[in-house]
Each structure stands twice: as structure tokens, then as C-alpha cells.
Design a binder for this molecule. Structure first.
Ligand SMILES: [Zn+2]
Length: 628
């Protein structure tokens, strides 16, 4: 019987980050990378976005392992959330696994160390019907690997993030011999990095960038504050070298930098000059011209930390006259605006800004020419452009056609697509779960579209809160309705609107008492509708309307809150309202976010779906293979 082969787009196509792809051969699924993405500004208050965890609920028992290409967040960032509930073996190079462990430990303290397996470019792993092996690639951190899933129909190759750079140092060098080797076996499908397909300019080579950074450091007399991603180890190395050459001591600040530098140093991937690192308390004893501050930020985002430094909100550092801020990352299109805003703030606080990306092409990703060269080398039958926004996938496709591929054999996919190989051609079959899972604080997936929509409305037109206490038996309103708003209108100048709203509340309640059989839900619904209509008529805006009706209990003289069925009844909140039924408390509840005004809060009860997959990985053989 011939093998059944499927390729699944679990994340990372038509978007920037959250890379995760699945290759299914018969009953086994091999997950390639498990990354996160940082949200754009439309996802209000969301920290990070990861692939759909429903996939693991549905298919988890078939997942043979998660195979990582490298240690960047867009390749490993979803692991903490996946491993929280699923015991799936994870395979990656020495450095990748260390970085993955650091990420997991941050979010998920009880991670099972046995799940992690260190592999290298000489490892072959035999599963039931396929063999998986790896090849070295060049990227902005060492020990990056591409993945080759060897099936009976041919090789399925996933590059991960990569680029070509003939001047790359030892731990960063692409293994072209292996590529030729894989090509000879016959490549069925190539899943290749589209991030930088737009670029027609070649990336600058390593020595040029080193020289450039050294020059920047040499030509500045004051302090230098460098913003870089901690995981961009090649850059961190260049910065250490240039600091040492210009007699600067380095102070590290940022959430993960210490551990990452230490880990990379321990493993021999980072060469930190002796005695160069200093503590925060040493800063005041060292002349400015001998100081370099390396800021890597929280969750790989140094820009926010720079803003804090410029506005005196940073724990340790305040930007002052004479400081040079050197932005050493190449910002993606989505954060370019933020870079500009940050630069503004820095100049205002007396600093100046220099950006590596303005003068040098330092992308860690393959340019258009690199992509064509890879296609030329591997000669894949089918190409699936991955890792990148829509236009980048299309550009990648055009490049492939230019390189001689048949457009029919290139698939532009979207997240959720599942391609089935049938009769030597791929067809779309039943989709796989690939919605965004949004992480807000420590909550996984409990913020759905409806909550987001509420946040969006809140940010557009604000919120309108109406609280009223009634006595149901006597059929009357006990106290004047309390109305309050946030971000809707300025109350002091809008007495008419507020008074009018108060009247609407009174009329609605007395109508309910007089004409209807009393019903809580209906009363709140009527209040909601009438207030919305009134406010729109008066102001042309549609704030989130939040009616809160309290009832006086004749016997106990205590106010009680009845809340809509969809509201999670947080006991403490109800107690608080009981104790002190004023608007402040109510606003607190609203702020705490336990209330959603919409009918169906999407509840992704992760813990209820918990499936522990205990995989016996004895059927996996590690067979070292030497390549000459
Ligand atoms: Zn990367």
C-alpha cells in the first residue's frame, strides 16, 4: 500500500510569525516548529498569539514529535503552552533545546525535561514509516537546522529561517553537501522561508557588519545603549567584540538576556571577552565613554524598554544628553512605526538614534536570489512558500517560476489548509484547526473574538455604565440611577446627555413594572437597547452599554447584583458589591474584565480538554551518521 501524505498549514502563512507546519505520513504527524507571533495593534491588550491548540486536542494522539529548526520565538514560542497540557517529545539542536527550555520554564514551571531530545545534523530518527534528518543552515543564531522528512514518495524539506552567507562563521555555516545529498534522493515538496523574498539586494556579509558596528562605537564619546534581540546571537557577539575593541564595559538589561548569554557562552557559541560584564551598581563609577548598555527587553521586544528609558520609567537606566541609542535589529514592517515613535521620544530626552538597518542589509533571511539558488539546488517537484505575509508568498512563487518551476506546482496556502498527495499531485482536503490562540497575561485562549470586539468598541467609543437599585415588591426605583462613563463623553460638559440617560432608565424600569411580568433578563435587555438607542441619537456614538440592576432585599436591606448568565460569577466581586454597592466598585469589576457585555464569550476551557499524551518513543532510533 502506498503512503498517505498530508501537509498541514498550522500557522505562519500569510502572517509574520507563529510558524507551525505538520507533515502527516500514514498515522503519524510530525510538527515542524511551534512559534508565536507578536500581535499588531488591532489586537488590543493581547501579549502574544500562538497557533490553534485545538489541533492538539483533535490530532495530539497522532503527533509523533515537534521538530524545531532554531531557537527564535517565532519557531519555539508556542511550546510552553503546548507542553502545559500535552506530553509531546520535542527535538532540536543543543542550543535550540536550551533556548526552548528557557522559554518553557518562564511560562510553565512544571515542564517535563524528559520530553526534550537533542539532535544534530548527523542524527537520523526512524519513525514507523519515515526517517527524519537535519541539515545545518545559516541564520542569525548558531546551531540552526533545516528538516528533511524522508517518505517513500520523496523528501519533504522544511528550511526554517535561513539565508545564504558564504562568509558565515563555523557554527553558522550552511551544509551545501547535505543539500546536494537530499536533492539526489529526489525532493517531493519544499517548504521554504519567504520572509525576505521581497529583497533584491544581497545581505551584507558578516565582516562588513562587524566593521560597521565597530565604526559606530569608535565615533561616539558618550554612553551607548544598544537595542537588540537577545536571541540574535550573531549580533550580540558582534556587539561584545566591538565593545571590547573600544574599551567599553557591558551592562546587560532585559528579561532573558542574562540566561541566554550565559547559556550560549557555556555551550561555546558566544565568546564573551573576559571581565567585560558589569553590574548595575558599577555604572556610576565608570566614565560614560566606557559604558555600553545592551537592552534586549521583555519577550524579545527592546523598543518598549527604550521608551521606558527615555521617559524615566525604566528600573535602571535613564536616557540623557550625549547618549547614543543604536538599534541593532532590522525591524519588520509592522514595527517600523513604533521604531519612529521610539526615536522621537529618545531625541526629546537628549539622546540620538542610529539604526543598523538604515545602513546595512542584515536580515537573517534568504533574499530572492538565495531562494532561487535553493530551488536550483534542491529541484523540488512542489514548492510551498511558507513563513511570511501574503505578498511575500506570492513574490516567492514568482521567483520560483523565474527559476524554472511550473506555476501549477507551487501552492499558495492559508492557515488551516491541509494538502493531500493523491496521484502525484496535492489537493486541498478537510481543513485543520488553525485559528489564532491569543495569550493575554497568563490566560490561554480565554480571550476570544467577542472579548476583542468589546475591547475594540471600548477603544472607539468608550463605555457607559448605568447602575440602578430597585425594589421589586414595591415596584419602584429606590435610588436615583447612577450613570458613569469612561472614554465616551466628558461628563462635566454633558449634563444633558447624562440626565436624559437617567430618564431613559427610569422610564424603562417603570414600563417593565407596569406592562410586563417582571423578568430580570428582559429588564436588562430593555435597558441595554433603550440606552444604546438614546446615546446614539444624542451623540452618534456606540459605547459599550453596561446596565447593572441591583435589588433591595426587604428583609435584609442588602443590595444584590444579578448578573447575566454569561458572566462568570466571580464570588469576590459579588461580595464586594454586596458590601459596597457604589459605582466605584462596579467600575472595578468592569476594569478587572470579569464582565463581558456580549452573549457568547468564547470560552476555551483549556483544562477541561486536557489530554495527556504519553508517547512511547522507544520506536525512535537515534542513528548517528557521518557525512564526509
Ligand atoms: Zn529566526
Amino acid at each position: 500500500m502506498t503512503q498517505q501524505i498530508k501537509i498541514m498549514m498550522l500557522g505562519g502563512v500569510r502572517e509574520n510569525g507563529k510558524n507551525m507546519y505538520g507533515v502527516q505520513v500514514d498515522d503519524e504527524i510530525f510538527v515542524l516548529d511551534a512559534g508565536l507571533k507578536y500581535p499588531d495593534s488591532s489586537l488590543l491588550g493581547i501579549d502574544i498569539v500562538i497557533p490553534d491548540l485545538q489541533f492538539f486536542a483533535d490530532y495530539g494522539d497522532r503527533v509523533a514529535g515537534i521538530f524545531l529548526t532554531h531557537g527564535h520565538a517565532d519557531a519555539i514560542g508556542a511550546l510552553p503552552y503546548i507542553l502545559r497540557d500535552y506530553d509531546i517529545p520535542v527535538f532540536g539542536s543543543k542550543l535550540t533545546i536550551e533556548l526552548a527550555k528557557i522559554a518553557v520554564q518562564h511560562e510553565n514551571k512544571q515542564c517535563n525535561d524528559d520530553l526534550f531530545h537533542v539532535i544534530d545534523e548527523d542524527t537520523e530518527i526512524d519513525f514507523n514509516n519515515v526517517t527524519i534528518s537535519f541539515f545545518k543552515t545559516t541564520h542569525s543564531l548558531p546551531d540552526s537546522l533545516g528538516i528533511d522528512v524522508s517518505t517513500e514518495k520523496g523528501e519533504i524539506v522544511y528550511t526554517g529561517d535561513f539565508k545564504f552567507d558564504p562568509s558565515a562563521k563555523k557554527d553558522y555555516r550552511m551544509d551545501f553537501v547535505r543539500l546536494a545529498d537530499i536533492s539526489r534522493k529526489g525532493v517531493l515538496a519544499l517548504l521554504s522561508d519567504s520572509t525576505n523574498s521581497e529583497s533584491v539586494l544581497q545581505n551584507d556579509q558578516q565582516p562588513d557588519i562587524e566593521k560597521y558596528i565597530l565604526n559606530v562605537f569608535k565615533n561616539h564619546d558618550g554612553r551607548i545603549i544598544v537595542a537588540s534581540k537577545a536571541s540574535n546571537i550573531v549580533r550580540v557577539q558582534e556587539i561584545f567584540q566591538a565593545a571590547a575593541a573600544t574599551e567599553r564595559k557591558v551592562f546587560l538589561t532585559g528579561r532573558d538576556i542574562g540566561r541566554i548569554v550565559y547559556t550560549a557562552m557555556q555551550m561555546g557559541y558566544l565568546n564573551v571577552p573576559k571581565d567585560i560584564l558589569i553590574h548595575g551598581k558599577d555604572l556610576k563609577n565608570i566614565p560614560d565613554k566606557n559604558i555600553l548598555i545592551l537592552e534586549t527587553g521583555r519577550m524579545g521586544e527592546p523598543l518598549k524598554s527604550l521608551q521606558k528609558m527615555a521617559t524615566n520609567r525604566h528600573r535602571m537606566i535613564k536616557i540623557k544628553n550625549g547618549d547614543l541609542v543604536f538599534i541593532a535589529t532590522t525591524p519588520s514592517h509592522s514595527v517600523e512605526t513604533m521604531v519612529a515613535q521610539t526615536s522621537d521620544i529618545i531625541y526629546r530626552s537628549g539622546g540620538i538614534v542610529k539604526q543598523l538597518g538604515y545602513d546595512k542589509h542584515t536580515s537573517g533571511h534568504a533574499t530572492g536570489r538565495d531562494l532561487q539558488m535553493l530551488i536550483d539546488t534542491l529541484k523540488p517537484k512542489y514548492l510551498i512558500p511558507v513563513i511570511g505575509e501574503y505578498r511575500l508568498l506570492e513574490i516567492h512563487k514568482n521567483l520560483a517560476v523565474e527559476a524554472g518551476m511550473d506555476p501549477e506546482n507551487i501552492y499558495i496556502t492559508k492557515n488551516g489548509d491541509c494538502l493531500l498527495l493523491d496521484d502525484d499531485k496535492f489537493y486541498l482536503t478537510d481543513p485543520v484547526p488553525a485559528e489564532d490562540t491569543m495569550i493575554d497575561g497568563s490566560g490561554v485562549g480565554d480571550v476570544g473574538n467577542i472579548v476583542l470586539r468589546d475591547r475594540e468598541i471600548l477603544s472607539d467609543d468608550g463605555i457607559f455604565i448605568a447602575a440602578v437599585t430597585i425594589d421589586r415588591k414595591k415596584k419602584k426605583i429606590v435610588a436615583e440611577p447612577l450613570v458613569s462613563t469612561r472614554g465616551f463623553i466628558y461628563i462635566k460638559e454633558s449634563h444633558d446627555v447624562m440626565d436624559g440617560a437617567s430618564d431613559v432608565i427610569k422610564t424603562t424600569i417603570s414600563n417593565n413594572f407596569n406592562h410586563k411580568k417582571f423578568d430580570w433578563t428582559e429588564l436588562k435587555q430593555d435597558l441595554h437597547t433603550n440606552l444604546e438607542k438614546f446615546l446614539y441619537k444624542e451623540t452618534g456614538r456606540r459605547p459599550v452599554v453596561l446596565p447593572i440592576v441591583m435589588e433591595v432585599n426587604q428583609n435584609r436591606h442588602r443590595a444584590m447584583v444579578r448578573r447575566q448568565a454569561n458572566v462568570s460569577a466571580d464570588h469576590d466581586d459579588i461580595e464586594a458589591v454586596k458590601a459596597n454597592s457604589n459605582l466605584n466598585v462596579i467600575s472595578q469589576i468592569v476594569k478587572k474584565g470579569t464582565y463581558s457585555n456580549s452573549a457568547a464569550v468564547s470560552k476555551y476551557k483549556f483544562n477541561n480538554r486536557k489530554i495527556k499524551i504519553k508517547r512511547d518513543i522507544k520506536n525512535v532510533r537515534f542513528r548517528p551518521k557521518k557525512i564526509n
